[in-house]
Design a protein around this ligand. Structure first.
Ligand code: NIG
Ligand code: FE
Length: 391
């Protein structure tokens, strides 16, 4: 791939305090960076930059690390726009609509699913996402969950088995049978294509005991653990995630002070999903409760057809700042370095030497613009694996 000099950067956010102004954002001004074969090999003042095979001139624009979207359900078919409209007219979200997406997804061919998912992935990438996690969970059969994960695997290494998303209609009268299937045969088949396992552990979804059973079986097969927790009620998901050493517990809409304390003393990241709160008219968790207690936060899109049909990373940052009390810097950090921590990755989420040179070139010179300007064209380019996507 060769060497690429990215230069004339007005403001460079590296998320590496030792490289910049010693803030957690590691900021430099009038900066440049060098990418060799997609990995950062040099960062410094534009005046001192070495010669490279290729040059990308940012003309004074700001550069931030690529967004790490650690929570999506990209592989699905169909639409639930009518359910969204009904919710906006006053109905409550309870996860029941998942069955409709399951029916549409089971009926879709590999090609149809691939095409629809790649289109959503392209939208995410155009909004600055350079790493994406993708969950299964919209088939809920042994071969079908493996199929969704196989399709997802072609799009990312961060694939997650979510057989415990909902109990499918055919198991309505045999819930325990479904939990055993998920923790047994379905998990075994899925584990060939999955890095992670996840459970929707909540009121009306799977109980803490069911989730513990499925997640410990997943851990025995060397899968990493994540959890949908406390989205609909204070239902014990956060405690379980901490108990099992999960990489992340996601949603955290209804959390107790005890949960926050447990998270603060753990390696489990709390991933907040502002667009899921927006599209279900749920209360926005207050990021200050988490951050002031020392909890590591991530932000993600939760792109899915039920609660958050969103492929717009800057929108997530804007809502986190305006409605969840993140500072602008904290929100950018949470959607870059925080997302990387939620995936237990240290090669992404920042632009320090040795990390991947996945970066977003903003349209203007200031990183604050990600949250400040609700521009229809907030980005100028996205750099990923040494390839530049000009926007
Ligand atoms: O993250 N909470 C469960 N899963 C998704 C929504 C699934 C759906 O409604 O299709 C979420 O919000
Ligand atoms: Fe989700």
């Amino acid at each position: 791939m060769g060497s690429v000099l990215v230069t004339n950067i007005g403001e460079l956010v590296t998320n590496s305090p030792e490289l910049g102004d010693e803030s957690v954002m590691g900021r430099l001004y009038d900066a440049a960076l060098v990418s060799v074969d997609g990995v950062v090999s040099w960062v410094g003042s534009a005046h001192d930059a070495p010669a490279c095979d290729d040059v990308i001139d940012c003309e004074g624009a700001a550069v931030v690390p690529g967004f790490v979207d650690s929570h999506t359900h990209l592989v699905f078919a169909g639409s639930r726009g009518d359910e969204f409209a009904a919710r906006m007219a006053g109905e409550r979200y309870d996860g029941g609509g998942i069955a409709r997406t399951v029916a549409a997804t089971r009926a879709a061919s590999d090609d149809e699913l691939r095409r629809a998912s790649l289109a959503r992935l392209a939208e995410l990438q155009r909004s600055g996402v350079t790493t994406v996690e993708i969950k299964s969970g919209y088939d809920l059969t042994v071969s079908g969950e493996a199929r969704l994960l196989r399709l997802a695997r072609d799009m990312t290494v961060e694939t997650t088995f979510l057989g415990a998303h909902s109990v499918p209609a055919e198991y309505r009268h045999d819930r325990d049978g479904y939990v055993s299937l998920v923790a047994g045969e379905m998990l075994r088949e899925a584990s060939a294509y999955a890095r992670w396992a996840d459970v929707f552990c909540d009121e009306g979804a799977f109980s803490v005991e069911e989730a513990r059973h499925i997640l410990t079986a997943s851990r025995d097969l060397q899968l990493g653990l994540r959890l949908h927790g406390n989205q609909l009620a204070d239902s014990g998901g956060v405690g379980l995630a901490v108990e099992l050493g999960a990489a992340s517990v996601d949603h955290c809409t209804y959390v107790s002070d005890h949960d926050i304390e447990a998270l603060a003393g753990s390696d489990t990241v709390a991933t907040l999903l502002p667009t899921a709160e927006l599209c279900t008219r749920s209360p926005f968790p207050n990021a200050r409760r988490f951050l002031d207690a020392g909890v590591t936060l991530a932000l993600a899109t939760d792109c899915n057809p039920g609660t958050s049909y969103v492929t717009n990373a800057p929108l997530v940052v804007q809502l986190a700042v305006t409605l969840m009390n993140f500072t602008v810097d904290e929100a950018i950090w949470a959607f870059t370095a925080g997302g990387a921590r939620a995936l237990r990755r240290d090669d992404i989420g920042g632009l320090a030497i040795g990390q991947r040179a996945d970066a977003v070139v903003l349209a203007g010179p200031h990183s604050v613009d990600v949250a400040y300007k609700a521009s229809s064209q907030p980005l100028r380019a996205v750099l990923r694996e040494n390839a530049l996507l000009a926007l």
